[in-house]
Design a protein around this ligand. Structure first.
Ligand SMILES: NC(=O)c1ccc[n+]([C@@H]2O[C@H](COP(=O)([O-])OP(=O)(O)OC[C@H]3O[C@@H](n4cnc5c(N)ncnc54)[C@H](O)[C@@H]3O)[C@@H](O)[C@H]2O)c1
Ligand SMILES: [Zn+2]
Ligand SMILES: [Zn+2]
Length: 393
């Protein structure tokens, strides 16, 4: 079969690889109909996440048809149309019992490396480095899905196109969880750093959860336009102003947003040369793994006693972390890889009721063969690219 493989930083390639096989009684094999490129894939593409190996199959946002099942998967049938959540979760461990699926204690076989870097291991994830298990990903024609009795969600309604349900695999639940972590109350103002797909869904979800105002910060006018038109958020183009915190203060009566969402992560851009050069140099010399400008800004801009919700991905260690602001101003930081399993069904219900149509973010459609071009377009934000969907078969 064809699959998109990681070769080296900034190079992926479509290769012919063996088709996956059932290895475990709780496995399924899914023939992939649609898959997508995520901002998290860009971190792997850029070489920022450790433990990638040449030939690793990328991709963790995918859906398709069940073509083979292990003996113990009783809730699915061959022929079912399913969306697959990106974390791999057993459904039975302590983390899974608490609905913390991205922290499953049984699905990541490579705990040693993760323990060194993170303290404790996290769940297995499709196509997301050997740190999360080295599982083959879904930018391919087929994928093996472990714990298939727990993860894949059947889509019964054939009227719902792939475009409407594909993002239940990752970015829609992630945006929703980002907003949920903000504990939004009536009258609240939520600020979102990043108008990528995750930021777009975080903004939409913040309104669904009752925010009075949502303010999205980015530098790409087309991304800010799309979020304003589709969610009703206000926008700040940080390249057109001198100080994001001042701008937010002015928009919030001098107090700051009640909660701040980081939907940017470790490759944040900054237009002030000295800070950017500092972090970039440290990142290149491997004395700091991540560039956390958006996170620093979100912490400093948040109102006292507010919540900073971090779904942008960080890999390791950051520098100049404003701990004084967190401690003295009683801020709460919440974070996580999304516990997708928890959110898929309620969000599918919202899509079915017409409360949400996530397809508004799709700007590019390509075939699996064109995946390498898709990575370049999405990374460089060329041709007003916001989300690339790949048809896999
Ligand atoms: N926690 C999870 O489960 C989860 C799931 C999916 C994605 N993610 C992460 O979410 C982040 C966003 O993903 P995406 O798909 O939207 O990616 P993306 O690359 O399309 O979007 C990132 C956006 O951040 C903007 N940005 C960069 N620096 C900024 C700054 N200083 N201030 C404000 N905006 C800035 C960029 O211009 C871009 O529009 C990534 O880190 C990704 O890894 C996390
Ligand atoms: Zn993702
Ligand atoms: Zn588990």
């Amino acid at each position: 079969m064809k699959a998109n493989c990681w070769i080296r930083p900034n190079q992926v390639e479509i290769q012919e690889v063996p088709e996956p096989k059932i290895m475990n009684a709780r496995d399924a094999i899914v023939r992939i109909s649609s898959t997508a490129i995520c901002g998290s894939d860009l971190h792997l593409f850029g070489g920022y996440i450790p433990a990638m190996r040449k030939g690793d199959i990328l991709g963790h946002e995918f859906m398709g048809e069940v073509v083979e099942l292990g003996d113990e998967v009783k809730n699915l049938k061959v022929g079912d149309r399913v969306v697959v959540p990106f974390p791999i979760a057993c459904g039975a461990c302590n983390a899974c019992e608490h609905e913390l699926y991205s922290l499953c204690e049984n699905s990541n076989p490579n705990v040693g490396l993760a323990e060194k870097l993170l303290g404790y291991p996290t769940a297995g994830v499709f196509g997301y480095s050997h740190l999360t298990g080295g599982f083959a990903g879904g930018q391919a024609q087929y994928a093996r899905v472990p714990f298939a009795d727990i993860g894949p969600m059947k889509i019964e309604n054939d009227d719902l196109s792939d475009d409407k349900v594909l993002f239940l695999s990752d970015i829609l639940p992630t945006g929703y969880m980002a907003a949920e972590m903000c504990e939004i109350k009536p009258g609240h103002v939520v600020a979102v750093w990043g108008a990528g797909p995750v930021g777009q869904f975080a903004a939409a979800s913040a309104f669904l959860l009752g925010a009075e105002r949502v303010i999205v910060i980015d530098r790409f006018p087309y991304r800010l336009r799309i979020v304003a038109e589709n969610t009703g958020a206000e926008t700040i183009n940080y390249e057109q102003i001198t100080n994001v915190r001042e701008a937010l203060k002015q928009l919030t009566g001098g107090r700051g947003p009640d909660s701040c969402i980081d939907a940017v992560g470790l490759e944040a851009h900054h237009h002030s040369l000295p800070v950017y050069a500092y972090d970039k140099a440290k990142q290149m010399s491997r004395t700091e793994s991540d560039r956390p400008y958006a996170l620093r800004q979100a912490i400093l801009a948040c109102r006292s006693g507010g919540i900073v919700s971090v779904v942008g991905v960080y890999g390791g260690f950051i520098d100049k972390f404003p701990m004084g602001a967190v401690m003295n101003r009683a801020l709460t930081i919440k974070a996580g890889q999304c516990h997708v399993h928890k959110y898929m069904r309620p969000l599918l219900e919202r899509i079915e009721k017409g409360e949400l149509d996530p397809s508004f973010i799709i700007t590019h459609r390509m075939s699996l063969n064109e995946t390498p071009q898709g990575y370049d377009l999405f990374k460089q934000k060329q041709d007003e690219c916001l989300k690339v969907v790949l048809s896999a078969n």
